[in-house]
Design a protein around this ligand. Structure first.
Ligand SMILES: O=P(O)(O)O[C@H]1O[C@H](CO)[C@@H](O)[C@H]1O
Ligand SMILES: O=c1cc[nH]c(=O)[nH]1
Length: 234
């Protein structure tokens, strides 16, 4: 049984799946962190892998950029492959002044300008929140290993190139830690299907200060976030 976007056989994914936006980051995570990792899907080069971490099965798959792409893959992973713990490991642009490049943000909630959660919630405002158990495990593990994380609200934007630069000030006033493009959609998909989701982000840019990692660093430089996530959840 395959889906329009995933050509893996039934049972090819673990219950826990890490979800970077970039399929090459999925490959990097599989090669660097998983034992016996095998590529289980490659439709459109959206690579997915399953292996083990400390003996436990784990999958990792790219989602592409933006809520529509992420929603397709996560819906198929849940409905057809039984994935029930979906953990986005992404990058974001920081908003708050105290945040630095390479910092780790755990998205407790995700605001958005996307209409997807209103579409699935009778046009009401849906509070897109992380699964508390996944969140607690990652935050507790960070505390016990002295890894600094920031926990709070992020903004999942439809536009990477947002023309209205005044919005940034408003985000800062409202305490938005960082801007990315998928978390609110992921949380909506998870809620609709009754499964658990979390988003952990590494700061790749500072939107207010105009600082940025290189594209190589974005692809490969998220070791601390991945280690924290795997160690906390396995
Ligand atoms: O690094 P990823 O996980 O792709 O996340 C961020 O990077 C992309 C934009 O460059 C968007 O997908 C955004 O959410
Ligand atoms: O979506 C994103 C990701 C990184 N940096 C941004 O400014 N936006």
């Amino acid at each position: 049984m395959t889906t329009p976007h995933i050509n893996a056989p039934e049972g090819a994914f673990a219950e826990l799946c890490l979800l970077p936006g970039d399929p090459l980051r999925a490959k990097f995570i599989a090669e660097q962190f998983l034992e016996n990792a095998r590529c289980v899907t490659d439709v459109r080069n959206m690579l997915g892998f399953t292996g083990t971490y400390k003996g436990q099965p784990v999958s990792v798959m790219g989602t592409g950029m933006g809520i529509p792409s992420c929603s397709i893959y996560t819906t198929e992973l849940i409905r057809h492959y039984g994935v029930s713990k979906l953990v986005r490991v992404g990058s974001c642009g920081a908003i708050m002044p105290e945040i630095q490049l390479h910092d780790i943000i755990v998205a407790q909630g995700a605001c958005t300008d996307s209409g997807v959660n209103r579409q699935r919630f009778n046009n009401f405002d849906f509070a897109a929140i992380a699964d508390f158990e996944l969140l607690r495990r990652v935050v507790n593990h960070a505390e016990s290993t002295s890894v600094d994380v920031r926990v709070g609200n992020v903004f999942s934007a439809d536009l990477f190139y947002q023309a209205d630069t005044a919005l940034r000030q408003r985000f800062q006033q409202m305490g938005i830690l960082g801007v990315e493009m998928e978390a609110a959609g992921l949380y909506g998909v998870a809620a609709e299907h009754g499964v658990a989701a979390l988003t952990v982000l590494t700061v790749s840019d500072h939107i207010m200060r105009g600082e940025a990692m290189s594209s190589d660093e974005r692809q490969l430089g998220f070791k601390a976030m991945v280690e924290l996530t795997l160690d906390a959840l396995i």
